[in-house]
Design a protein around this ligand. Structure first.
Ligand SMILES: [Zn+2]
Length: 182
């Protein structure tokens, strides 16, 4: 899929669409993560199911995400698979005329003109994934509580940080070492 085809999947047509319930399926994969600049995500696939309930004055959108994404470990930098299963919701109010400032307060409620041709939820989907990602990505500990990070990488990192510690000794300690005790 090229960039336009990926983006077009997130454009939900309203114009000429009768009131009722609709369902769309979209895949958010590596190409989407790159396009959306979800930079830390290296790979993975999230299945996205969008349910749209349209009435004359309101479009109620439910987003159901499920799948897994792959991001680098904060500790050893090797890939970690993160399972994801979450929902998000967007309410779109259809009004004859949008007043200034009406769209500024809430990201989950949009106000658009009732003759809007289509809704572009690309950025909304991006934000949903961003907010659902864990703040810290690390390899989980094993059953005995030991980190499952790559041991070779951890060894190198540990020796680097030990070296850094040695260089940064506190001058007050150095002074104490020189005091002779009689
Ligand atoms: Zn790790």
């Amino acid at each position: 899929m090229n960039e336009k085809e990926i983006r077009d999947q997130f454009k939900l047509r309203l114009s000429g669409v009768e009131d009722g319930n609709y369902c769309f399926s979209v895949s958010c994969d590596k190409a989407f993560f790159e396009l959306a600049e979800l930079k830390d995500l290296q790979d993975g696939c999230l299945k996205l199911q969008i349910e749209m309930a349209k009435t004359e004055k309101l479009v109620d959108l439910k987003f159901q995400f499920s799948g897994e994404v792959i991001a680098p470990c904060d500790r050893c930098l090797l890939p970690v698979t993160i399972p994801m299963d979450f929902e998000d919701r967007l309410l779109v109010k259809l009004v004859p005329e949008v007043e200034e400032g009406e769209n500024e307060d809430d990201d989950d409620i949009w106000v658009v003109e009732e003759n809007t041709y289509e809704l572009d939820v690309f950025h909304f989907v991006y934000e949903s994934i961003m907010l659902a990602l864990p703040l810290r990505v690390v390899h989980e500990d094993d059953e005995e509580g030991n980190p499952t990070c790559d041991p070779k990488v951890m060894e190198t990192l540990n020796s680097l940080s030990a070296e850094a510690n040695e260089k940064e000794t506190d001058p007050r300690w150095d002074a104490l070492k020189n005091i002779k005790l009689d």
